[in-house]
Structure formats: C-alpha cells, structure tokens
Design a protein around this ligand. Structure first.
Ligand SMILES: [Zn+2]
Length: 70
C-alpha cells in the first residue's frame, strides 16, 4: 500500500517568535491561499502572528512574527 503524504492540509510545526519553543498549527488548504492569524504559544501564551502560504507546488510555508512585544 502506498501512502501519499500531502503537504497541503495538515499539522505543521513552527517555532514561537518569543520563546522559540515548537508549536503546531493546523493548515487548512480549503481556505485562502494566504492566511494570516494569531495563535497563542502553547508554552509562553504570547501571540504569534502566523502567515501561512499554500504554494503552487503543494508546499506550505509558515512565517512567524511577534504580534506585539508582550
Ligand atoms: Zn512561546
């Protein structure tokens, strides 16, 4: 059986812009091709501004910025 790994929808990890700890975010490819939203770090609870881009070749890129200096 062949298992196909899709890079579209799924869980992706990113490092918190404040404390650097790894977090996971669910990227939903059925939405916009570029999605920008805030997620609180699961470790330090500070707000990371995430920009998720679904590239044409099926890859997902995640940018992390501090929403503000908390
Ligand atoms: Zn953090």
């Amino acid at each position: 059986m062949k298992s196909e790994l899709s890079e579209e929808s799924g869980w992706h990890s990113y490092d918190c812009a404040f404390c650097g700890e790894p977090n996971e975010v669910f990227a939903d490819a059925s939405g916009a091709r570029t999605q920008k939203f805030t997620e609180d770090c699961q470790v330090c609870c500070r707000p990371n501004l995430l920009t998720i881009r679904f590239e044409r070749d099926g890859w997902v890129s995640i940018e992390v910025e501090r929403e503000y200096d908390a």
